[in-house]
Design a protein. Structure first.
Lengths: 283, 525
């Protein structure tokens, strides 16, 4: 039986009190609850404080470039669909630098789980606004407050009818673990936008701020109801609903490739006899 | 017909079916095993404008196109205006009888009557075929391969047009005949262009994943992989941009699928950061850069060799690479294979640098010998590994044992940061030094593997022509012509442009009187 210990314990480069810690714990617990062994899991990340998370989990890791975790994860999953692929990065990496890849990943619906540590600020580069920062947020780079409107990834993902869209909060760790576990189990693309405080650079959206607003969805909420999901996804002011907001059963991307019917690409022999036949077409 | 070759130019608007005439005649000549170079020039548009397809056919081996020609197939009157001055003394112009062109070289063809005004391009093939002495049956067999599988009705109508035109041409006076010398005992040939040969080379090397964003003149490589790779267990994905394309390929390669991306200068500019990622994460990757003229959007459908410096220096930081520059269709095939082998062996980015001229030009080549080759081997479980597995274990060669995630219980940790031997982030200066040295040590073996430049021609020549990549054929033919006029001329050609091993060519440079670098760009390198 796999246990949390199999996923290791590491020294981190995070600030004391960082929202990343409970997320890390929830991820490990979700992997264990999914009965996955470390070698069956590939964690892919970009750059940022959140993107360091895979280094603190004992599994296969590809820590690539800022913004580019999703394409790497897509390639890996297609090469070997037997891997459970989890992407873990921050709001800057996924929503800013990697924005185009997010839209494309939702459209492809590759079976991978995207965990976005969303603290509404850039931590590693020391406190600039992120795409999810709100208007009143003043930084050295945005001295008059944030002048662009915030990006609501959850609403965008629902609007695009992504396979699985959830919002979690680092302060609700068991709830978050369940969401991640469901996301991993979902056959297709899943987004879990995880709200978390940044104790060093975001003095506006603090732990208390989130704690006061984040509320679990009612037990009779139906995540297959698109109209309801659209409404819930846009709620933010007084109450921020957390939970599984939307899901559907669209065909996963990799199920459309005949090449994968014979198993992972990585294990397939190269048939030079077939190539020889193919070459005849050039005569 | 000077120098033993016969040259045909087909001119017209995009959308008039020039490419079909070019493909058709190329196949017909290729099956009759003439040596052949077919090149195309076209504008960056779908309809209209002015395009040409040029065929050079010869009993002797030819490897470059000719500027003048012996037969002009003018699909519009403008083609005559534009190209008349390049027509040889005995040259002929084939055009529609309806065109108001006053020229004694003209053969006026009643296309409306022969081809119902719909299949003029196929009718033109019939006329050209007869005049050059090709057999009607041979032409019909090519036609069958072109259409029958797709649309029997269309095939029949085209066949009628071809036959009518062929017979119409047979009534022309013998002064119009340009019968090509027959070839005895024909060995069979493939009619294939540079991009197709790269795709075939990649398939033979075992490519399993390719992602791309469409860009001329590289797009036909992934398209060929899609078409010809159907039976081969391969995924080709059109990405949202070139950045995604290259990162996907890196992800696929990391997980064990030999991977390739193909693009042109502007697309490659977007890929550059990930070149550095492939190097830092030590992930095998083959990158094809099919050059077109820049800067920026430049001339999207034309040719140039101006991105050597760019590809040579692309990517931040220091890391080894190899760059191959095929000069022939055969080299497109073999050097693609070599790039895959090197990428796998040295775990990093390897390049193929071609250009629109080579990418789009067809030649008749002997079928590639698949018996003596083997696909690259993705690493399998290594039993003798020290545990725990360290992805970036420091070794004498600089190459660390590579395992694949999920294929064993060993965990594979790859990182774009500077990392420890086990793949985790480090800022320790001593580890940094070890890792830089480890990566750069690979260059020693890559250098030892380098393909020496080819020298040809006179010893101690008065003139040495230096070239790389696609200009190989033109340069060697120019040298041969000069030699036939009594000049002592030699050539020095690079099919691998990096790394360079000085001992392999400095003598040749010293021995020559004058050294001239022949490149399709504006600079003196």
């Amino acid at each position: 039986m796999v246990t949390v210990d199999d996923y290791g314990t590491y020294q981190t480069a995070w600030c004391p009190g960082c929202g990343n810690f409970p997320i890390l714990k929830a991820v490990k617990q979700a992997l264990v609850a999914s009965a996955l062994m470390p070698h069956q899991v590939l964690l892919v990340s970009g750059i940022g404080q959140a993107a360091k998370a895979p280094h603190y989990i004992n599994a296969n890791i590809f820590n690539g470039l800022h913004g580019r975790a999703l394409p790497v994860a897509t390639g890996s999953k297609l090469a070997n669909p037997e891997l459970t692929v989890v992407v873990e990065s921050g709001d800057g990496c996924i929503y800013a630098e990697g924005g185009n890849h997010l839209l494309a990943a939702i459209r492809r619906n590759v079976d991978l789980t995207l965990l976005v540590h969303n603290n509404q600020v850039y931590g590693l580069t020391k406190g600039q606004a992120s795409p999810t920062s709100e208007g009143d947020f003043v930084t050295k780079a945005q001295p008059r407050g944030v002048t662009s409107y915030p990006f609501n990834a959850v609403a965008v993902a629902v609007a695009m009818q992504a396979g699985f869209v959830a919002r979690g909060f680092s302060g609700m760790i068991d709830h978050l673990q369940t969401l991640i576990q469901q996301a991993i189990a979902h056959h297709g693309f899943s987004l879990v936008d995880i709200l978390q405080p940044c104790v060093s650079f975001n003095k506006m959206n603090t732990f208390a701020w989130y704690k006061q607003r984040c509320q679990d969805l009612p037990s009779d909420y139906d995540p297959t109801d698109f109209e309801a999901a659209m409404k819930v996804a846009r709620e933010w002011e007084e109450r921020i609903p957390v939970g599984l907001i939307y899901r559907n059963e669209r065909t996963a991307f990799e199920d459309r490739f005949p090449a994968l019917d014979r198993g992972p690409l990585v294990g397939q022999e190269v048939d030079l006899e077939k190539l020889k036949e193919t070459m005849e077409e050039y005569r | 017909m000077r120098d033993g070759s016969f040259n045909i130019l087909i001119g017209g608007e995009a959308g008039q079916g020039l490419a079909t005439i070019g493909d058709f005649l190329s196949k017909a000549f290729g099956r009759c095993v003439y040596s052949l170079v077919t090149t195309s020039a076209y504008e960056s548009r779908v309809r209209g404008g002015h395009s040409t397809v040029a065929l050079r056919v010869s009993v002797e081996e030819v490897a470059s196109p000719n500027e003048s020609f012996d037969l002009l197939v003018a699909l519009n009157p403008e083609s005559v205006k534009l190209h008349r001055q390049d027509l040889s003394a005995q040259g002929l112009i084939i055009l529609d009888e309806a065109f108001e062109v006053d020229d004694e070289a003209c053969i006026r063809v009643p296309f409306k009557e022969l081809a119902k005004g719909k299949f003029s391009n196929i009718a033109a093939v019939g006329v050209v075929g007869f005049l050059l002495g090709l057999e009607e049956q041979a032409l019909l067999r090519v036609l069958e391969d072109f259409f029958s599988r797709k649309n029997p009705q269309l095939a029949r109508e085209n066949q009628e047009a071809l036959t009518k035109a062929f017979r119409w041409a047979s009534e022309l006076p013998p002064s119009f005949h340009r019968t090509l010398p027959p070839i005895s005992d024909p060995p069979s040939r493939l009619i294939i262009n540079g991009n197709q040969a790269i795709a075939l080379g990649a398939l033979s090397a075992g490519v399993k994943f390719s992602s791309f964003y469409p860009m001329s003149p590289a797009t036909s490589i992934p398209l060929e992989l899609i078409d010809k790779g159907k039976q081969m267990g391969l995924i080709v994905e059109q990405a949202e941009d070139e950045i995604a394309a290259v990162n996907m390929a890196i992800g696929a390669s990391f997980a064990g699928a030999p991977s390739m991306v193909a693009t042109s200068g502007g697309g490659f500019a977007l890929m550059v950061e990930a070149v550095s990622l492939a190097a830092a994460s030590e992930t095998p990757l083959v990158i094809v850069v099919a050059q077109r003229p820049g800067p920026a959007t430049g001339l999207p459908t034309r040719t140039e060799q101006a991105d050597l410096e760019f590809v040579l220096h692309a990517g931040h930081g220091e890391f080894p690479r190899a760059i191959f520059a095929p000069g022939t269709i055969e080299e497109c095939f073999h050097l693609t294979r070599k790039a895959f082998e090197l990428a796998e062996r040295y775990q990093g980015p390897m390049f193929l640098l071609t250009d629109q001229f080579l990418a789009d030009s067809y030649r008749a080549v002997k079928p590639f010998d698949l018996k003596s080759i083997s696909p690259v081997q993705a690493p399998s479980e290594v039993s003798a590994l020290s545990t725990p597995y360290r992805r970036y274990a420091v070794t004498d060669s600089g190459v660390s044992p590579r395992l694949l995630p999920g294929r064993s219980e060993h965990l594979v940790v790859a990182d774009s940061h500077e990392h420890t031997e086990n793949g985790h982030i480090t800022e320790d200066p001593s580890v940094r030094k070890l890792m830089v040295e480890k990566r750069l040590r690979k260059l020693k073996a890559i250098r030892a593997d380098a393909i020496p430049p080819q020298t040809d021609g006179d010893v101690n020549p008065e003139l040495l022509l230096v070239s790389w990549g696609s200009s190989k054929g033109a340069v060697s033919e120019a040298a041969a012509r000069m030699r036939s006029k009594g000049r002592a001329v030699a050539t020095l050609h690079f099919s691998q442009v990096w790394p360079l091993v000085e001992e392999q060519f400095t003598e040749a440079l010293k021995e020559a009187g004058e050294v001239v670098c022949v490149e399709a760009n504006a600079r003196q390198v």
